[in-house]
Design a protein around this ligand. Sequence first.
Ligand code: ADP
Ligand code: TRP
Length: 371
Amino acid sequence: MQATLQHLSRRQAGPSRRRSLGAARCPPGAGLLTSRAEVPGPATMSTFLSGIQPSGRPHLGNYFGAIRRHIELQEAGGECFYFIADYHALTTSRDAGKLRESVRDVAVTYLALGLDPEKVALFRQSDVKEVLELSWLLACVTGMGLLERAHSYKDKVTHGIKPNVGLFTYPVLMAADILAYDSTHVPVGKDQVQHVEMAQDMAASFNAVFGDVFVRPEPLVSERETISKVPGLDGEKMSKSYGNDVWIFESGKALKSAVGRIVTDSRPPEEPKEPKDLLLFRFLELFLEPSEFSEWEARVRKGGAGSPGYGHMKQRIVQAVEERFAEARAVRAGLLADPGRVDAILERGAEVARSRARATADRALRACGLR
Ligand code: ADP
Ligand code: TRP
């Protein structure tokens, strides 16, 4: 494992990794962390980067909208940097113990669901101090107006969160995360697209003033609404902050009780209905094979004696969640029992990430005259 990680570190170090804004492309490249001979040239390399906040247990929305895709991308060709955004979590977290626990939980979740640490650099955001340095450089070329337009900031304030300066400058730190690793593609849910676009703006502003330093990143969002905006138990977007979420590894009684809370239609089950109007169907669609899903759809459309009751649909959802994550649940238990292994994976990921971020930060420092 060590040897393969070194391949990535060596590859990152060279200045030839630099690509100009607008040059980012997403062709299939050679596999990540393969032998040097198979590594494609910088112009064709895709770099996937994403972060997830350790602000509670990852839920089904995080899984379908982000984590599953992140893990799939480890096979897409290119290189992957995924991190646990603990600096970002501090904009709202006030409980040190919970934050620590949550960081571990996110790492274990990714690993249990199939992230391969030989193919991906998985790390803690705060292990790469370079992002703080880059944050300042970017803040100095960012207008207040850009940040004042951030939907996520405005939403949080509307939901009664008293904003601190960290929350306001959140998109600057996020831009630093994205630009530090020369990311070409940022796989995120729809709610994060504006932040990636802000990173594009900040990169363009810096480059316009100081020369060609940062690579333009593109957001990667699923076109399927079911996936890019997974509904919560109440039909709104599933989110930890709305209390309408289902933990990925929920099971048994707790899972039954969560699924029991999915809001159902007030019409009787026998009345013919358009399945897409039923929240339960948006959940079924996430889990069922298309052939089985079509059968359920046909029965609901037809109505009458053959139409399934809402309780029946809920049972199917519970069974599907249990089955989908059964194997991962077992892997998770093993990882929780071996914290040293998880720490070692995060530390190795951080080493890889730091070396890339250092090169980018040095380039930026030189460009703006701080070196
Ligand atoms: P939350 O809203 O629960 O706090 P985060 O903001 O930590 O979730 O999101 C982590 C990742 O999961 C982001 O890429 C985000 O776009 C994605 N995500 C969060 N909620 C959903 C959802 N309901 N549907 C699809 N993707 C989501
Ligand atoms: N803001 C993201 C979220 O709440 C987490 C995040 C931090 C991130 N930095 C990032 C996502 C960089 C993608 C790229 O989900």
